[in-house]
Design a binder for this molecule. Structure first.
Ligand code: ARG
Ligand code: ASP
Length: 684
């Protein structure tokens, strides 16, 4: 008996400490977590993290572009984010003569900072629980209208816990953002797709920008009259480094998690969706890689496309393996069974699990069709150009030469028709093989039959279309073009896809409505569980500690990598591992100056570290903050075995990967020769 009590005590302790590091918390409610955070080593107070009355850390954090995070590191609008978050901007400013992606860029003065057209950053002014106001009958539109005051204001209402709560978020959006500096890709993207999602990691994944404002510190369109934005708060930077066991906090904008979904959703992701998407992307990646290996120009042209396709592909593989390893679906089924037993005598919940099950059954075919379409037909580059032309035309837009230029620049950028054609052949065949007949356009079936097979159909399509070869085209030529015809066959599918265009399957309205009740019921039933709302691109706090993990039986991965690991990977023959010569020289001379640390009795430079903060896509670029509120790193990735954390977070294995701020400073100083920037930063 005593033994049983003891066992339970141990299990309970493991359970609660384990729970403690899981979660992405709403900053305005952080007072509910602050005790746990302080126990782990946080020294600040809840209203230092978030306040809408005084300056707090939230004023130093921003949403960078559409899907990343960034943080201010000076009183004059200087900000840090990831290299992969700045990648598109750096590419936009690059040309053959000025290849900033390859060579890096460092402004030597403010005058040399480069405006990035189209790049915006959003700073959260305040958030407010408006659940009661909505329940009292106020419309979301009017709440948003009232909230939007001041230049560049953006407001939105986001639902939490599947519509059980509603929060208003009010942002200031700044659109004069300038590139200050970026390391060469051989540092910022070191390891490329090979090392992506992998530990040990050695990527200097950072870039620097500056936000400009008008004389009143308000958002203003780009102008040479603008002056650096003065944030209410910015992060001091710790040069002291991190040790295993240190407290860390991540403050950023995670995009999409689904921690409360039922077993049906997990099974869909792990057994249907991910395997389908992985198989299709493997085909596309093989075709692209093969072409890249034969020609340097093609390798460069398809670098970003390859990286994008490969990023999610690799994540899904890790996610499916992780879900299987954890037995997530089975655990969820058991959990639901217990829940149903509890709900049996509660009329409002008795049939809930059955209703959800039925709702999934009904929605899955449509959602699957959308995903399959996106991974096959929508993976054909010139199809997207054709579909865009069709959409423009049906909106009543004139298909002028100028309009065509816009489309070509977007859809046929760095384009190789031969690659696209090979992809099209495979993707159309896969579409037909995998799609239920009723979703296959009859015109497609007829055309393939007519040409005697997919291959000759595609051959003909690419031979006949003028979209790739001729510019400008007359409206008539466009409308009669076989590729445009091909695109029109899929218009019904594209329209149907809109019904399923939500963050994930569980957010499709016919399913989501049941989750509202389910979440409410779970909170009544599962009193021990610490509930936090799923990620939805709103600002969150995650906390944890610096730590390694056991990657495999007997194989422990330590928390810190160093320059010596970069040197071990360095190889001029391999594109992803070919570091700049200056880095080799610095290493050869052990000329580390103030940036050197001692590891195993030798001088080296710290590069990346691990922690067990709960992060997701969108957290890239997030500040990694120590117990004193100082910046110690920039978050950029997770380990491969962690990627199921969007569905089940396992504290024993889930780790986020950050670039050590000391490596960032070293690169600014010794590779970028831009240490003048330190004058405006607060280095501790
Ligand atoms: N895996 C990281 C995140 O999901 C980094 C992606 C960028 N790097 C790359 N090699 N593709 O987005
Ligand atoms: N690399 C991701 C991002 O770009 C972060 C993650 O998924 O862990 O946001």
């Amino acid at each position: 008996m005593i033994k049983r009590i003891l066992l339970c005590a141990i299990a309970c302790i493991t359970f609660t400490t384990a729970m403690a590091d899981e979660g992405m918390w709403l900053p305005s409610l952080i007072k509910e977590r602050i005790k746990v955070m302080r126990k782990k080593g946080f020294r600040l107070k809840a209203d230092d993290v978030y306040s809408d009355r005084k300056a707090s850390l939230k004023d130093a954090v921003m949403q960078f572009g559409g899907g990343c995070t960034g943080e201010f590191v000076s009183a004059e609008g200087l900000l840090l984010t990831n290299h992969h978050c700045g990648y598109a901007s750096i590419q936009k400013l690059s040309s053959v003569e000025h290849d900033y992606l390859t060579d890096g860029y460092w402004a030597k003065s403010r005058a040399e900072e480069l405006h990035v057209p189209g790049l915006t950053i959003s700073i959260l002014e305040r958030m407010e629980d408006v659940t009661d106001r909505i329940a009292a009958g106020e419309s979301k539109e009017s709440i948003i209208e009232q909230a939007k005051q001041g230049k560049g204001c953006r407001a939105s209402i986001e639902s939490m816990y599947y519509g059980n709560q509603h929060y208003l978020f009010v942002y200031r959006v700044y659109n004069d953002v300038r590139l200050v500096g970026a390391p060469p890709s051989s540092i910022g993207k070191f390891g490329g797709d090979t090392d992506n999602w992998i530990w040990p990691r050695h990527t200097g994944d950072f870039s620097m920008f500056r936000v400009y404002a008008d004389a009143n510190n308000e958002p203003a369109d780009y102008s040479t009259d603008n002056i650096p934005y003065r944030p209410k708060r910015y992060f001091p930077i710790s040069t002291k480094g991190v040790e295993e066991g240190d407290f860390t906090m991540i403050y950023g904008f995670p995009g999409n998690t689904q921690e409360y979904v039922t077993a049906d959703a997990v099974e869909y992701v792990a057994e249907i969706s991910n395997p389908m998407k992985i198989a299709l992307r493997t085909i596309r990646l093989d075709i692209i890689s093969e072409a890249q290996s034969k020609d340097v120009a093609t390798r460069i042209a398809y670098a970003a496309k390859h990286a994008n396709i490969a990023n999610a592909w690799k994540k899904w593989e890790g996610e499916s393996l992780g879900l299987e390893r954890l037995g997530t679906a089975d655990k969820k089924r058991a959990y639901e069974k217990n829940f149903a037993a509890w709900a049996a005598d509660k009329p409002q919940y008795t049939t809930l699990i059955d209703s959800m099950h039925a709702a999934y059954k009904k929605a899955i075919p449509g959602y699957f069709a959308r995903e399959l379409f996106n991974e096959t037909i929508a993976g054909i580059e010139v199809y997207n150009f054709a579909a865009w032309l069709v959409a423009q035309h049906s909106k009543g837009e004139k298909l002028t030469a100028d309009v065509q230029v816009i489309g070509r620049q977007y859809y046929l950028k760095d384009y190789r028709a031969q690659i696209d054609k090979t992809i099209a052949t495979h993707m159309i065949a896969e579409f037909i093989k995998r799609m239920p007949v009723e979703n296959i356009p009859q015109e497609l079936t007829a055309a393939i039959e007519n040409y005697g097979g997919v291959e000759s159909f595609v051959e003909n399509l690419y031979n006949q279309t003028q979209l790739i070869t001729k510019y400008p085209l007359t409206t008539e030529e466009i409308l009669n073009d076989p590729m445009v015809q091909f695109a029109t066959w899929f218009v019904p599918q594209v329209n149907k896809n809109r019904e399923y265009a939500y963050r994930n399957l569980s957010n499709v309205p016919t399913i989501e409505k049941w989750y509202k009740e389910y979440m409410q019921a779970l909170r009544e039933w599962d009193k021990e569980r610490a509930f936090y709302p799923d990620a939805n691109f709103t600002l969150r706090v995650a906390y944890g500690t610096i730590c390694g993990y056991e990657n495999a039986d007997g194989e422990y991965h330590t928390h810190l990598t160093t320059l010596d690991g970069i040197m071990a990977k360095d190889n001029p023959e391999i594109y992803d591992y070919n570091i700049p010569q200056v880095l080799r020289d610095i290493h050869a001379e052990k000329d580390y100056g103030r940036w050197g640390i001692e590891k195993n009795g030798k001088q080296t430079i710290p590069v990346c570290f691990l922690a067990n903060n709960h992060t997701s896509g969108g957290n890239s670029g997030s500040p990694v903050i120590n117990g004193k509120g100082e910046l110690v790193g920039i978050n950029f990735d997770r380990t491969w075995r962690s990627t199921m954390s969007d569905i089940e977070f396992d504290p024993s294995i889930c780790r986020n990967i950050s670039v050590d701020i000391r490596y960032v400073l070293f690169v600014i100083d010794r590779i970028g020769d831009a240490s003048y920037l330190f004058n405006e930063m607060d280095l501790k």
